[in-house]
Ligand binder design. Structure first.
Ligand code: SF4
Length: 61
């Protein structure tokens, strides 16, 4: 199963991923986007979030 991974060096904290797929992405207390642990990242919302990241800094591993 593939997991989204965020390149934090590129992330501009626009929160688009958080808005589109709050079940998978959140801004943590340190003000970084983090990927929440899920059994399954196949949700269309999550794929939309990855596609819509303006910095293309979410990849699948
Ligand atoms: S959409 Fe991309 S640039 Fe925006 S907060 Fe999420 S990971 Fe960062």
């Amino acid at each position: 199963m593939k997991t989204p991974v965020i390149d934090l060096a590129e992330c501009i904290l626009c929160e688009i991923c958080v808005e589109l797929a709050p079940q998978a992405f959140r801004i943590n207390d340190a003000d970084f986007v983090e990927v929440l642990p899920l059994d399954d990242y196949s949700d269309e919302d999550i794929h939309e979030a990855v596609k819509n990241c303006p910095k293309d800094c979410i990849t699948w591993e």
